[in-house]
Ligand binder design. Sequence first.
Ligand SMILES: [Zn+2]
Length: 298
Amino acid sequence: MTDHPFFELESPYRGWYRLHRLSFGSGGPVTTLVAGIHGNECNGTYALNLLAGRLRLQPPRGTVHLVPCVNLFGAEEGRKRWPFDDRDINEVFPGDADGSPVERVAEAVMRASEGQLCVDLQTGSAVVHEVPHVRAPLTGPVLALGQAAGLPVLWRRPAEQFDDGLLGAWRAAGRTALVLRGGRGGSLDVDDAKTMARALVRLLAQAGHLHAPEPAPPTIVTEKMLDYRCEVGGFFVPEVRPGEPVVVGQVLGTLRAAIGGETIESFHATAAGVVLAVRVYPVVHGRELVVRVAQSTT
Ligand SMILES: [Zn+2]
């Protein structure tokens, strides 16, 4: 393994910013996996560190590059965005080598992203817990790869929803670009990170880097998401967890009065499926998402 500080940026008071890229193996095929574009999203970083442990023991065929944490300064402070100017690195791709610090970081991430297959690791927001899942366009090679990952849910979405951010920049550059999401921002969800690391091993096997691992568990492949939103503000108490199967009529959670606790609204599943996301910070405003269910299509 080589740890190559792929890009450096001088910081006046806190030492250098360094974009680390860990490289395993040599030659082709080449794949790059990136995490921590958002500084407070630690599950992807941990999943890549777990994968690094595996690759140290079992060097891949071809080359695998890991960029475990892009927004190091944000990570230190538990912040999603880049400190100092509060910008979202994911909003400035493909970046600019002569631009502002975040634009230079984004440009360096693009240069570090070698190979045909590029994978971005994300989490839910700091208030929503998501089951580990893949988001993929409705058709094409990314969809087949997404299925090979063997995560609980594969969310098929129209291709134009992948045109922004790092994923959009990779797609514009002709790469096979995939996003895995799981857990929530601002915390380490160990089980979710382990699940994502196992999915990455399957993806690397599918891409020819590793021997085929054990068969993948079943995945719900769907483009149908049922979003449950509260009518008014209150205190949301969930009764389901991310990844849990639900049946029609099952109680997903209740909205209570924030002071006093009277029930304002109950949420019942209107179709069977698997819980994709649950609001975990209870204080909600009207119209906010409280539960998202990936609807079974069979
Ligand atoms: Zn993110």
